[in-house]
Design a protein around this ligand. Structure first.
Ligand SMILES: Nc1ncnc2c1ncn2[C@@H]1O[C@H](COP(=O)(O)OP(=O)(O)OP(=O)(O)O)[C@@H](O)[C@H]1O
Length: 375
């Protein structure tokens, strides 16, 4: 599905006029501080239920207002190229947040919805902003987030499984910190944690395998000098030659000393290495950004194989990327037949990104003082 209409109320500096989008490419340009990232952030709310820039809803609510809303209309998704550009509305979705009573209201086709994941399933949103560098050089948690995004979209029941696993982890942590807790009770938590950990890891492993296949195919197609020697490996959070329960037993004292769980899916990671060294230590900024965008495109390929269309939010495409890399990525996104929102300060030149005979369907927008208008 693709977002074909957006309307906001009291969202940052956006004036909120309804705007129609292309189900393919949307190129948005405007000066610093005009509202480009805010447009992407508002779209992100419909697919993520939160901001991808800040932790608190309060920050995105227009100064002086107490409530903000984001409404979107989605088409019915792409089963072939002609469907992909369909502008017929199939779903109406909404997100509203009241700051005073701290209440979130979610709507789908006029009805209230309780869980965020039902909105997220409709609009899989993949964000490419300055935060992507954390996927390479940040904590393992950032890479788990990256991985779990595709696990969730491949297997939607993963969200509640992961929630249960996190609940048991925090109860177990509490038990580890509580010196009076006897070993018998801790073993009960271990067993529960072990069962959930196996299920989480199985779902993650399946997603990683599908991702690795897509990523390899993609790397074979692109001409980047660093393609050979690049490895993305999944570490489940413990050495799976042993059962997690055994690992926990043999590290009981260490975990008691630290006061939290040291092994299991909450420690999983994706290890990115180039010629045996961490990518974060060897790749330039431009190479890191290219790598993460390719990884996200590979996730998009996996979802596309399941009949789901990803909406990519690419904030400031020009930063760190030369024209050659921008064009390569724009072409790959075009081949994927996904929806893309791309921002830049300068007006983009489609003829620089795509050859004339392979120009995608696109719309061009300008943002000025929070007002988004089609050119
Ligand atoms: N809660 C808010 N209420 C009103 N205005 C806000 C709020 N938060 C941010 N702004 C303003 O909204 C404007 C748009 O910010 P945004 O980050 O979207 O700009 P941008 O076009 O992406 O800029 P840049 O090119 O510098 O990244 C800024 O001028 C900012 O000061």
């Amino acid at each position: 599905m693709a977002l074909i209409r957006l309307q906001t109320e009291h969202f940052r500096n956006l004036t909120g006029d309804g705007v129609d989008f292309s189900p393919a490419f949307n190129l948005i340009h405007g000066e610093n501080g005009s509202g480009k990232s805010s447009v992407l952030e508002a779209i992100g709310y419909l697919g993520l239920g939160r901001s991808f820039r800040v932790h608190r809803h309060q920050a995105v609510c227009c100064h002086g207002e107490k409530r903000f809303t984001v409404f979107g209309a989605l088409n019915n998704g792409a089963t072939d190229v002609s469907d992909m550009v369909s502008t017929e509305v199939a779903h109406r979705v909404g997100f509203a947040r009241d700051l005073a009573d701290k209440e979130t209201l979610l709507r789908h086709n006029g009805e209230s919805v309780r869980s965020l994941s039902s909105l997220a399933r409709l609009l899989p949103v993949s964000v490419i902003d300055p935060g992507v560098f954390e996927i390479v050089g940040g904590s393992p948690g950032k890479r788990r987030q990256f991985l779990d995004w595709s696990v969730f979209h491949v297997e939607p029941s993963f969200a509640s499984l992961w929630q249960q696993c996190q609940r048991v982890t925090s109860q177990r942590n509490q038990a580890l910190r509580d010196g009076r807790m006897d070993d018998h009770l801790l073993r009960v938590w271990d067993r529960q944690y072990g069962v959930l950990a196996e299920q989480v890891t199985e779902a993650r492993q399946a997603a990683v395998t599908a991702f690795q296949q897509a990523f390899e195919t993609l790397l074979e197609e692109v001409e980047t000098p660093w393609v050979d020697g690049l490895k993305v490996d999944f570490y489940p959070g413990w050495d799976v030659k042993q059962s997690l329960v055994d690992v926990l037993m043999s590290h009981r004292e260490q975990e008691r000393r630290m006061g939290h769980t040291l092994y299991g899916p909450n420690r999983a990671d994706l290890r990115l290495r180039y010629q045996g060294r961490p990518v974060a230590e060897t790749f330039s900024r431009g190479q890191q950004k290219t790598l993460v965008i390719l990884m996200k495109i590979a996730q998009g390929m996996v979802l596309s194989g399941l009949g789901k269309q990803v909406t990519f939010l690419l904030d400031d495409i020009n930063a760190e990327l030369d024209l050659g890399h921008r064009a390569m990525l724009a072409n790959k996104l075009h081949e994927l037949r996904c929806q893309v929102f791309m921002t830049s300060i300068e007006r983009p030149r489609p003829d620089e990104l795509w050859r004339e005979d392979s120009l995608p369907e696109y719309r061009m927008f300008h943002v000025e003082h929070g007002r988004l208008t089609e050119e």
